[in-house]
Design a protein around this ligand. Structure first.
Ligand SMILES: Nc1ncnc2c1ncn2[C@@H]1O[C@H](COP(=O)(O)OP(=O)(O)OP(=O)(O)O)[C@@H](O)[C@H]1O
Ligand SMILES: [Mg+2]
Length: 296
């Protein structure tokens, strides 16, 4: 059985990757600046579901993703994966950001194989499995290049392969295509769906882009403005595989309009300027107090 099939068997047969967010509140900041970024949020994600989190900037999407990743602690409530409380980061929960985290000095194949190297897998085996994933993300023939020799979209493909090699139970993606041009972004969405059809791991995907959310997801969660709460839970039942024509289908446009209303209503209610920096799912520790101070 190859690496991809092993992974899909893992996800399907064992039914792993179920996330339960139970009455979670997350407070950030210190002293008088302390505030709730996420408030009493409940969200059950079954194994293998593709969920998009949609919401206005600053509503706590990255914070919530960070809590599922294990980089940020819930102040109240619990986050569990397959019934086990999430206590910290683990390769079981692969995280992909807007900007890749590849080692610039390592070839693509070695970047992808790195997770296996950490697990002590032998060189020949890890190269074999890495090559399968490189091919899965459409980069066969580029395995001996360095990250700087690839386009932004190709780098993000490597990033996805780098995370998938760990057979994650969940794939957490924070605006992973946000820095790409529109055409590349569309191609990446199709590639991701193609990969996901084969792997079927649970995906939690954060985006600002309604089209992206509706095109990708089984279910779209719309969050309120800060403190982030659940505003709407919308099932997206369009058949798969999905093609771009879907974006102009009347059913698609109808749900898009519904999402626009929800988000527009949220913006209309929001009067206060947002004084703080955007958060990475790695948690607030990456943002220095100086940066927070400067942006106020
Ligand atoms: N280091 C920090 N300390 C305290 N609060 C922070 C910190 N970083 C971000 N915040 C605030 O926490 C709230 C939630 O931020 P978060 O980054 O989770 O929102 P988001 O929905 O991901 O926004 P965006 O769509 O802009 O990425 C925001 O109001 C933000 O200003
Ligand atoms: Mg964010």
């Amino acid at each position: 059985m190859n690496a991809v099939n092993q992974s899909s068997a893992l996800a399907r047969e064992a039914g792993v990757g179920a996330i339960a967010v139970d009455a979670v509140s997350i407070a950030l900041g210190q002293g008088a600046d302390r505030f709730e970024a996420v408030q009493k949020l409940n969200l059950d994600i079954p194994s293998g579901q593709f969920v998009c989190l949609l919401g206005p900037s600053g509503c706590g999407k990255s914070t919530l993703l960070g809590a599922i990743a294990g980089h940020i602690r819930a102040t109240q409530g619990s986050v569990t994966l397959d019934g086990e409380p999430i206590k910290g980061p683990h390769p079981d929960r692969g995280l992909v950001f807007q900007h890749h985290t590849l080692f610039p000095w390592k070839k693509i194949i070695d970047n992808v194989a790195f997770g296996l190297k950490m697990k002590g897998v032998g060189k020949a085996e890890r190269r074999r499995r890495a090559l399968e994933l490189v091919k899965l993300v459409g980069l066969g023939g580029f395995e001996n290049r360095y990250p700087a020799q690839l386009s932004g979209g190709m780098q993000q493909r490597v990033e996805i392969a780098r995370v998938l090699i760990n057979h994650p139970r969940v794939l957490l993606m924070d605006e992973p295509f946000g820095a790409l041009d529109a055409l590349t972004r569309n191609m990446m969405q199709e590639l991701l769906l193609d990969v996901w059809e084969k792997i079927r791991t649970t995906v939690v995907f954060v985006t600002h882009d309604i089209d992206e959310a509706l095109f990708l997801a089984d279910r779209v969660i719309v969050m309120t403005h800060r403190p982030g709460r659940l505003l709407a839970d919308i099932p997206i039942d369009f058949p798969r595989p999905r093609h771009r024509e879907l974006l102009t289908a009347p059913e698609f446009v109808a749900i898009k309009r519904q999402c626009l209303h929800l988000l527009h209503g949220e913006h209309a209610q929001f009067k206060q300027p947002d004084p703080l920096e955007r958060l990475s799912p790695l948690g607030p520790s990456l943002i220095t107090e100086t940066q927070i101070h400067l942006s106020q």
